[in-house]
Design a protein around this ligand. Structure first.
Ligand SMILES: NC(=O)c1ccc[n+]([C@@H]2O[C@H](COP(=O)([O-])OP(=O)(O)OC[C@H]3O[C@@H](n4cnc5c(N)ncnc54)[C@H](O)[C@@H]3O)[C@@H](O)[C@H]2O)c1
Length: 363
């Protein structure tokens, strides 16, 4: 049945339980889940009863659960959405997998390698599938960047730069392993695996840090990450920016939204000897206009202008659900979550040991 092009209603339903009804769940993920016609929410759980009850009411359930083990024992489901404090997320995700459920978990997949490896063993043993919410991959600006990078005219990417300076973080570990993991994932998504990293750290205010890291990718591309917690969560400019440069052109996204693509200039071969004239600074070029995509902030009533769509949460969930219903691997999963943590750990190790660290050293 046709609703809007982006939305669909089907008979095929994934019965899902929601684990964790905190801020990210209540204010964003539950919206994205409720717009997905293939998900039927059959249980909600949070140790905070008020939050869980609010979610239960929202999804038309007559009760909520405060204990995950009890919900898993009593409720028949196919999948769990784990939107939990990061330290606990892989531990509760493992419980869900062992109870026979596929899992979609908020980023980060975990903050300790041991917890992620334990979850990996459970996935292997049960054959269940896991999706990780690296929603930025699906967001309009970053997916636009990826399309540009993959296009014929972009050429080989030469440099990847990411800056993310948000507000308060409880620790430098929280900043790197939890907050910054989106950008480590975007680096892998847009360019490929990182080979080596060298990083510095500055404690600009008590407990609040800025990390500056340079990286070499396996394909030779170079890059940098500036990740800090001395900014603000409320500023409209200057918080997050990603830029990739190809062959005489570049693509960028500001604050995860404003997308810009400066395509290559047109070379005017005015010289008699043609091609060789391109190898001089005196080559005549004609500018090509910049392509810009800016969201329409005054029209949030349109699905595609809603936060959960601009940021990619809706599309990320849809991709996971479709993969599960079709018996396929989710497009973003276990290895992506693991590699994002490894990059954070390589930065920590580089700062501690004052040397370049290979990602392969992080095991
Ligand atoms: N994709 C993104 O850009 C993005 C943005 C923000 C947050 N997140 C992620 O979302 C996750 C949740 O963040 P949040 O801000 O909503 O945190 P939060 O603290 O508001 O929510 C966590 C919830 O888990 C509940 N909880 C804790 N232990 C529990 C247990 N043992 N059993 C049941 N419930 C328990 C808490 O009561 C709380 O309601 C984090 O992993 C965070 O990294 C992702």
């Amino acid at each position: 049945m046709f609703l809007f092009p982006e939305l669909e209603i089907t008979e095929k339903k994934l019965r899902a339980v929601l684990v964790g009804c905190g801020e990210q769940a209540t204010c964003l993920m539950h919206d994205a889940i409720s717009y997905n016609g293939e998900i039927e929410v059959v249980g909600v759980c949070d140790m905070n009863k008020d939050r869980a009850d609010f979610a239960a009411k929202r999804f038309g359930l007559d009760r909520s659960w405060q204990d995950l083990d009890e919900m898993l024992a009593k409720v028949e489901a196919d999948a769990a959405f784990v939107i939990m404090v990061p330290k606990l997320a892989p531990i509760l995700a493992k419980k869900c997998v062992e109870a026979g459920l596929h899992v979609y978990t908020e980023k980060p997949l975990g903050t300790e390698l041991a917890d992620i490896y334990a979850l990996g063993e459970a996935l292997e043993k049960t054959g269940k599938k896991l999706g990780v919410s690296f929603n930025k991959r699906f967001g309009l600006a970053y997916s636009g960047m990826k399309n540009a990078i993959d296009s014929d005219i972009f050429g080989k990417p030469g440099v990847f730069n990411a800056r993310f300076i948000g507000g308060y973080r409880s620790s430098p570990t929280d900043l790197l392993r939890v907050g910054s993991c989106h950008f480590f994932d975007l680096a892998r998504y847009m360019i490929g695996e990182i080979d080596e990293i060298f990083a510095y750290k500055f404690e600009q205010a008590p407990g609040q840090h800025i990390f500056s890291a340079t990286a070499q990718f396996e394909n030779g591309c170079v890059g940098s990450f500036t990740m800090g917690s001395t900014g603000s969560w409320a500023c409209g400019y200057g918080m997050e920016a990603v830029e990739v440069r190809g062959d005489r052109n570049m693509v960028s996204a500001d604050n995860g939204r404003d997308f810009m693509w400066q395509k290559p200039s047109r070379i005017m071969n005015l010289y008699k000897d043609g091609a060789s004239a391109q190898n001089t600074q005196a080559v005549a070029e004609e500018a090509v206009p910049v392509e810009i995509l800016r969201n329409n902030y005054s029209n949030p009533g349109k699905v595609t202008e809603s936060t959960f769509f601009i940021n990619g949460n809706f599309q990320a969930i849809r991709a996971f659900v479709k993969a599960i219903l079709n018996g396929e691997e989710p497009p973003v999963g276990y290895n992506d979550g693991l590699m994002a943590l490894k990059i954070a750990l390589a930065i920590e190790k580089s700062v501690a040991e004052k040397r370049a660290v290979k990602i392969s050293e992080i095991v």
